[in-house]
Design a protein around this ligand. Structure first.
Ligand SMILES: [Mg+2]
Length: 385
């Protein structure tokens, strides 16, 4: 048996990139279309090095990895293949800091495992390559000539349908504009609802539970596929979402904003969600697979949050999942994906004629980062060894 790869060092490289024709909306957070504006954002690459020359890499952020000083020394010297033990150890050690950072290390360890065994991650998970149906997931609504009206959303849904997408998810306007949100549900529903699965994600922006009920009833009228994170409980109240499910016919998708296995299971057992959410950036591949199998045991489905190679590998290995989230998309600009891979991209036109994507075929995550770009735009670099 080959020598086990031992972790010898960890690097975190933060870099800048520019989103063309993007701005932020009223609250300073949501990315929206803004013609002619350049928005500078930062991201970071986590690298876990081993004594065999294999390096695991995962795209994250300095904030997500702000806990690294707490556990970098623990990681160095570990067998990089012992993901389960490292998951359990870091879950305990980082419990007071919301377990931030453990997920990104876990994905990097899966990248190492794939490179060590010379296999794509989905193969290590028992999957076989298959098409993944995608939904076009919009940026938030704006007031600048992009997604600035229900008609603009309906037009964009039609564009996505024509490109092959079988489903479309609305992120509407912030600021709890309930009447506009409801008009949007009807406009998109009446334009494409007989040919696309439609979802609504207010991203926890509606002010009140009553707003969530009103908007949910419009989703009922248009037979939406799911309603996700409607209001300002922040997506975490089991009691409120159980009540909401009792008042609506539209399936509810919660648990994007709860971390680790146990709270996901508690949410489902409280009758507080129909779909479970899996986020590799919150829980790693190890944690999301636990949630996926727990969902399977309850007869439920898990839907991956956001696009990315790790999400594709996980989806490829599961039965009980439906749609890949392709986003965030806008008819008037290039969307929010970063152009930092040499051989991989997400974006409006990165689906086939049936609206499907595939997991990368190479070893590990199967993607190659553009280190020339990252080094030319580096803003901060941390190293542990
Ligand atoms: Mg969401």
């Amino acid at each position: 048996m080959a020598e086990r790869p031992i972790i010898t060092g960890i690097e975190l490289t933060e870099f800048e990139f520019t989103l063309q024709d993007f701005g932020v909306d009223y609250n300073g957070f949501n990315l929206v279309y803004e013609g002619g504006n350049k928005l500078t954002r930062r991201s970071a690459v986590l690298q876990v090095h081993t004594d065999q020359g294999i390096t695991g890499e995962y795209l994250t952020g300095l904030v997500q990895m702000s806990t690294l000083p707490m556990f970098a020394n623990y990681l160095i010297g570990q067998n990089a293949l012992e993901r389960e033990r490292i998951y359990q150890d870091t879950k305990r050690a980082l419990r007071q800091v919301a377990r931030m950072g453990m997920a990104c290390v876990d994905v990097a360890l899966w990248d190492i495992a794939g490179k060590f065994y010379d296999a794509p991650i989905y193969e290590l998970l028992g999957g076989h390559i298959r098409p993944l149906k995608s939904y076009a997931s919009t940026t938030h609504g704006d007031h600048n000539g992009g997604l600035d009206s229900p008609e603009a959303y309906a037009d964009f849904a039609q564009v996505c349908l024509d490109k092959g997408y079988p489903a479309f998810k609305i992120h509407g306007w912030g600021d709890s504009l309930v009447d506009l949100e409801i008009a949007n549900i009807h406009a998109v529903g009446q334009r494409v609802g007989d040919r696309m699965d439609l979802m609504l994600d207010p991203a926890c922006e509606l002010d009140t539970f009553a707003d969530a009920v009103k908007v949910g009833r419009a989703c009922d009228d248009e037979r939406f596929y799911w309603l996700e994170d409607p209001y300002k409980d922040g997506g975490i109240s089991q009691f409120a979402h159980r009540k909401l499910r009792q008042l609506l016919r539209t399936p509810i998708l919660q648990t994007e904003h709860v971390r680790t296995l146990e709270p996901h299971v508690d949410f489902a057992l409280a009758d507080a969600t129909d779909f479970l959410r899996g986020d590799v950036g919150y829980d790693g591949i190890t944690g999301v697979m636990k949630v996926a199998h727990a969902a399977e045991g309850l007869g439920l489905d898990i839907e991956m949050h956001g696009p990315g190679p790790a999400q594709r590998h996980v989806m490829t290995s599961l039965r009980n999942t439906n749609y890949y989230e392709m986003g965030l998309l806008n008819p008037a600009n290039e969307g929010t994906s970063m152009p930092i891979y040499l051989d991989y991209a997400d974006g409006l036109d990165e689906v086939d004629e049936k609206g499907c994507v595939y997991a990368p075929q190479g070893a590990g995550l199967g993607v190659t980062l553009d280190w020339d770009y990252i080094r030319a735009h580096t803003t901060e670099h941390l190293a542990y060894s």
